[in-house]
Ligand binder design. Structure first.
Ligand code: XMP
Length: 611
């Protein structure tokens, strides 16, 4: 059963599109608390809400089985805003008509404001660009409503009944492609009597939630009585998310109710475990144990080549180590312990955690065994609704040092998803490539994301006479080639060779030797980034090991610097020539690496990590 709504929250009813969390984020940016619920929630549970936002969704209101909310939500006397499907649902429910639009509108459209006095579009320009995505449209308005905006293909692009504070908007307010979308949400939010949101108040609320989830620990516990409240056992990776989550949980419950465990998987960065211990030491957090389980991880990854299988194995191994240690340390569920995780919102959407999202990658904290524990109420995830930048703000708010909070994100499975494995050289699809530069299709595939779905395709590398110089034309090709060729989802530039060498394939899975080699290359990149003063401007910089080189037994390295805000999309960073050159020269000097590439792909079409 879901927790009751906090009084004065703005409740977002999720009609099944993938945007409810983005709406929630915009509501937080507008300064109000929000909560996402299924449309089937009983109306009685919404009576203390400050307002209701009905999200978009892929269906038509006439489809059998299309999601429905209780019509009485429109009689509660609180402001309601419908977006896309939500807009159509309001019109249909209150007696207007919805028809299949003459023209389906997808993408950017221009709207014209008809009425600025309506309450949610005050002071906006007469015309601006919005993001449309609909087949149906509202043909006639319900009684009491007026038209407040139109677009070329959609007469009733927005409607209002200002006296009842009910609004509907056909276009997506929550996406950045809609100009003034955030402002419209802000104006709606200002019509509600909402609980104010700020990082401080949020920290307080998640603190309250953590306490509620684990229950009170009676003072008599020290007297030997069975506790009713639980304690939290948490795996810490040293990444921003698990560090913030662990600190929040420590802060709220006190260190006597929390135990942290850092598993050295053999897939961490150079000196990582020590650096993490030192950082927590400075914070006075001492309830963190480090366990070296690297042999065990490498043993289980032997002979595994498939990226999803690797994730599965790493996720399962984490749980197995955690189970073993928790038994050794008496931290079992039967002893009153729960498992804490630093999951953030994008982790759940990539695993297909929302109703209609395609599965792109399974995040290790969403493998099946964990899902089962979530269902049984044994997992606590204080950050699960937040985006990365919000987690960082929260981290600073609770007093974590700036450097720790602004560390680049590092995936839970660590270097395991950055060591590409292949048993044999892949046959390359025979597609004719239209590229006006020397190029080679590489004999490996990597994960990408195109049109909301997962792809698993080849990367193509460009070659240039000045190999360390990234030119605007290379960046243009990085966008156009995956768009026009179905076998390609990434475009690289080879920074170590000025013309295509012949590659020698070296079969391999994840081993300690390969992890050590990648760790050295990763450390060089980290060092050069600091030297160039670029650590803070780059959001994340995966370094990837590929199983082929130019000599027998040789391997290659890919540099993948990106900028992003929420990891949902990302842009490749164009590194200065001298930085690329220094990184390439130092990496090529490593024994076993003879080729270096820089990945020029944005996300989409390439994901940030290669697997
Ligand atoms: P992608 O590669 O999907 O990455 O564009 C988005 C962000 O998520 C991180 N990432 C992971 N984090 N477990 C994690 O904890 C995972 O399995 C995982 N895969 C990707 C990635 O580093 C980037 O910041």
């Amino acid at each position: 059963m879901e927790a009751p709504i906090h009084p004065k929250s703005i409740v977002i009813l999720d009609f099944g599109g993938q945007y409810a969390h983005l709406i929630a984020r915009r509501v937080r940016e507008a300064g109000a608390f929000s909560e996402i619920r299924q449309p089937s929630i009983p109306v009685s549970e919404l009576k203390d809400a400050a307002g209701i936002i009905l999200s978009g969704g892929p269906q038509s209101v006439y489809d059998s089985g299309s999601p429905q909310a209780d019509p009485n939500i429109l009689e509660l006397g609180i402001p309601v805003l419908g977006i896309c499907y939500g807009h159509q649902w309001i019109a249909h429910t209150l007696g207007g008509t919805v028809t299949s639009g003459k023209t389906k509108e997808y993408g950017k459209a221009m709207i014209r404001i008809r009425n600025q006095e309506s309450g949610i579009m005050q002071g906006l320009p007469e015309q601006f660009t919005v993001w449309m995505s609909h087949g149906d449209e509202v043909a006639t308005l319900p009684e009491g409503f007026i038209n407040i905006a139109t677009s070329g293909d959609c007469m009733n692009a927005a409607m209002a009944d200002a006296s009842r504070k009910i609004y509907g908007v056909q276009f997506h307010l929550e996406v950045v492609h809609t100009e003034h979308g955030a402002e419209i949400i802000q104006q709606f939010v200002s019509l509600t009597d909402h609980a104010p949101w700020s990082v401080e108040s949020y920290a307080q609320r998640i603190g309250d939630e953590v306490k509620k989830d684990v229950g009170d620990l009676p003072s008599s516990v020290s007297g030997g009585m069975q506790p009713t409240g639980k304690r939290v056992f948490m795996m810490v990776s040293g990444g921003v998310d698990s560090t913030v989550a662990f600190t929040v949980i420590n802060e709220v419950l006190g260190s006597h109710r929390v135990q942290g465990l850092l598993v050295d998987t053999g897939l961490l960065r150079k000196h990582e475990a020590k650096n993490i211990m030192d950082a927590f030491d400075l914070l006075g957090i001492e309830n963190l144990e480090v366990v070296d389980a690297s042999d065990e991880f490498f043993e289980h990854l032997k002979g595994i080549y498939d990226p999803e299988m690797k994730r599965q194995i790493i996720g399962d191994r984490f749980l197995a180590v955690q189970k073993r240690i928790s038994e050794e340390m008496h931290l079992r569920i039967e002893d009153g312990w729960m498992l804490g995780q630093g999951t953030i919102y994008p982790d759940t959407i990539e695993t297909g955690g929302t109703q209609h999202a395609d599965r792109i990658k399974t995040h290790h904290n969403r493998v099946e065994a964990v899902q089962k524990m979530i269902e049984a109420g044994l997992i606590i995830e204080p950050l699960k609704d937040l985006y990365k930048d919000e987690v960082r703000k929260l981290g600073e708010e609770i007093g974590l040092p700036h450097d720790l909070v602004w560390r680049h994100p590092f995936p839970g499975p660590g270097l395991g998803v950055r060591i590409l494995c292949a048993e044999s050289e892949l046959e390359i699809e025979n597609e004719e490539l239209k590229i006006d530069l020397p190029h080679v299709v590489l004999p490996v595939r990597s994960v990408g994301v195109q049109g909301d779905g997962r792809t698993y395709r080849h990367a193509v590398s460009l070659f240039s006479k000045t190999p360390a110089r990234i030119e605007p034309h290379h960046m243009e090709l990085a966008t156009s080639v995956p768009n026009t060729h179905k076998s390609i989802n990434r475009v690289l530039l080879c920074t170590s060779h000025d013309s295509p060498p012949s590659f020698v394939f070296t079969p391999g899975y994840v081993t300690r030797e390969r992890a050590d080699l990648l760790r050295e290359a990763d450390d060089i990149v980290y060092d050069e980034m600091h030297r160039a003063g670029m650590y803070e401007t780059i959001w994340q910089f995966p370094v990837v090991l590929l199983p082929f080189g130019t000599k027998e037994g040789g391997q290659s390295i890919v540099l993948r610097p990106i900028e992003s805000q929420e990891a949902m999309t990302a842009n490749a960073v164009v590194l200065p020539e001298e930085v690329v050159k220094r990184m390439t020269d130092r990496i090529c000097a490593l024994n076993g690496i003879d080729c270096v590439f820089v990945d020029l792909s944005n996300k989409p079409p390439g994901t940030i990590e290669w697997e």
